[in-house]
Design a protein around this ligand. Structure first.
Ligand code: 13P
Length: 250
């Protein structure tokens, strides 16, 4: 059975004062039936991982460099993230593809580095509004999957997040039919590439304006194994009901 995952991406938000939200969240979910992961900014990973040791919450990162060490001012490597207590890393988020010119080939190299460091790679794909309106969604997603995902992915070391760019931070959410179409397509591609046992069990997350009010409907969609949540993961009050909705989904 595919693992379910409620993942929060804090993006460039949060200072030490925000750590209390993580403690509140951990206290509210002492024995969850789904995996819970928060990816705070890199400055908080070490403290957050220490704070949450022994709880049900896991800590992840939002990016890593493809190399393990070297002359790359300002970058952080996958082994460094693992050493700080991260268990996963988001890769190829559309904001990084856009703000930092990350290509799918770069994302694939980063994913290899994440796997080598023992981190779960959460690889993001998603189409722009123009691409959807031109009816190119599945071609775009297929191309991103083929180029961004390294060989050797397993259900234990890889998560795919479908995040339509036009739904991120906009309050616009695709219909469940639109989510269903893309998630079924991603599932088929994963099975074709990695086989039924692994490809059939790689968790597939939906991301883009997930809130307490729409989470249950999204989680009822076929091949949706959880969510990658931005804004609504910043406080325990907003994220907790999303976790509960995932726990309540069949
Ligand atoms: P929002 O939930 O704020 O739309 O962000 C989604 C996202 O980009 C998560 O990675």
């Amino acid at each position: 059975m595919t693992r379910k995952l409620a993942a929060g991406n804090w993006k460039m938000n949060g200072t030490r004062a925000a750590l209390s939200e993580l403690q509140t969240l951990a206290d509210a979910h002492p024995a969850p039936s789904v995996d819970i992961l928060i990816c705070p900014p890199a400055t908080l990973i070490l403290r957050a991982a220490d704070l949450l040791a022994g709880t049900s919450l896991r800590i992840g990162a939002q990016d890593c460099h493809a190399d393990a060490s070297g002359a790359h001012t300002g970058d952080i490597s996958a082994p460094m993230l693992a050493d700080a207590g991260a268990t996963a890393v988001i890769l190829g988020h559309s904001e990084r593809r856009e703000d930092h010119g990350e290509t799918s080939e770069m994302v694939r190299a980063k994913a290899r580095a994440a796997h080598a460091a023992g981190l779960t790679a959460i690889i993001c794909v998603g189409e722009s509004l123009a691409e959807r309106e031109a009816r190119n969604t599945l071609d775009i997603i297929g191309g991103q999957l083929a180029a961004s995902i390294p060989d050797g992915c397993t259900a234990a070391n890889t998560v795919i997040a479908y995040e339509p760019i036009w739904a991120i931070g906009t309050g616009k959410v695709p219909t469940t039919a639109q989510i269903d179409e893309v998630h079924d397509f991603i599932r088929a591609r994963m099975i074709r590439r990695f086989g039924q046992t692994e490809g059939g069990a790689i968790p597939l997350l939906y991301g883009g304006s997930v809130k307490a009010g729409n989470a249950a409907e999204i989680f009822a969609t076929d091949n949706v194994d959880g969510a990658l949540v931005g804004g609504a993961s910043l406080t325990a009050a907003d994220f907790s009901p999303i976790i509960a909705a995932l726990e309540g989904s069949a």
